[in-house]
Ligand binder design. Structure first.
Ligand SMILES: [Zn+2]
Length: 348
């Protein structure tokens, strides 16, 4: 056991003791039903927000989960701006588990107290993210990253799919997908470019590309992971609701797609992907009349890359699937480049 592990174990043990000391009886509760010991660390603004809302359980082992009803109510609230969270906020004394925290247009759900867990949200265009981590001690650590050079579109000229075979940059996050990824599809809100079946096929294609290492570089497939469709759902992607949902929804008007990733102890525990079906027209095949349509498989491959832990490539490697920008009518992200494959190879 290394030193970090010992510290983490000690913190978790402390959290267990603290949680055990919390009253379970209904005595002396506020109108919100929150034991006062869970509110002493809140700011007045946070106290106002919590009044009358469901109170998710705080369980250091992570085995007691919020109910679906609680998740749905909390997911529908306006987010708490990251700047409104006081430093050192601890969910044992200010229970904001299940609430959404935002930075700019990006948001993440405060995870259960389960050792260490992280939620990441990230844009397809213009790197911006917020990460919210609940430590074993109950303390919340939130941070954001932003790419100042974010642009709406990239002018990718005559770039071809094989150009990525010579581009080598890659970056991998600290989590992995540990088992078969089973997901629902939401094909509502897909816009005018796709039939229902085409939408299902296009959403699935990103998984096929990543998991078969589809490429024009004569590089063999090496991944053994699988993904499985469970069927259609009406639930929207982007909520920490315990289901993996891949589908369409409205996003900010310069955002094509976004991956919402919930991570605990180094493993992905929930992965949602949202495709902006409101501001963009999506197609599965690019033709001479493409206009401003977008290739769904290309954007899906990028987002599924995030789901499996890939981060953006360097900004000069514009032919890679994990390049942060995209443009209309282009299909090159639907075949992996060298850096994309080395990143996956390293992670899996
Ligand atoms: Zn991205």
């Amino acid at each position: 056991m290394n030193r970090l592990t010992i510290i983490r174990a000690a913190a978790l043990a402390l959290a267990l003791v603290l949680a055990a000391a919390l009253p379970t009886a209904a005595s002396a509760v506020t109108p919100a039903g929150v034991p006062p010991e869970q509110l002493v660390g809140c700011t007045p603004e946070l106290l106002d927000r919590l009044t009358g809302l469901p109170v998710p359980p705080i369980d250091p082992t992570g085995t007691v989960q919020p109910t679906q009803e609680q998740r749905d109510v909390l997911a529908g609230l306006p987010p708490i701006p990251l700047a409104d969270l006081p430093p050192g906020l601890n969910v044992l004394t200010c229970n904001i588990v299940g609430h959404t925290v935002s930075y700019g247009v990006t948001s993440a759900t405060v995870p259960l107290l389960a050792g260490a867990s992280i939620t990441i949200s990230e844009l397809e265009t213009g790197w911006e993210s917020v990460e919210v981590e609940t430590l074993g001690s109950g303390e919340i650590v939130a941070r954001h990253e932003e790419d100042e050079e974010a642009e709406e579109d990239a002018d990718l000229g005559t770039l071809g799919s094989s150009d990525g075979c010579s581009q080598r940059s890659w970056s991998v996050a600290a989590f992995r997908v540990r088992s078969e990824f089973a997901y629902y599809q939401n094909i509502n809100g897909r816009g005018s470019g796709l039939t229902e079946d085409e939408a299902r096929t296009g959403l699935k294609s990103g998984f096929d590309i990543i998991l078969t290492n589809a490429n024009d570089c004569n590089r063999p497939d090496f991944m053994t992971l699988t993904a499985r469709r469970l069927g259609d759902t009406g639930y929207l992607p982007g909520y920490g609701d315990g289901r993996n949902v891949i589908g369409f929804r409205d996003l900010e008007n310069n955002v094509k797609g976004r991956a919402y990733l919930t991570v605990a102890n180094g493993a992905l525990t929930e992965g949602d992907i949202a495709i902006n079906g409101t501001d963009y027209r999506w197609v599965n095949t690019i033709t001479s009349t493409c206009g401003v349509s977008r290739h769904l498989a290309s954007t899906m491959a990028h987002e599924v890359g995030h789901l499996y832990g890939l981060r953006h490539s360097d900004d000069y490697d514009n032919a890679l699937t994990m390049y942060s920008k995209s443009s209309p009518c282009r299909t090159h992200k639907a075949t992996l480049g060298y850096g994309d494959m080395v990143g996956l190879d390293w992670a899996y």
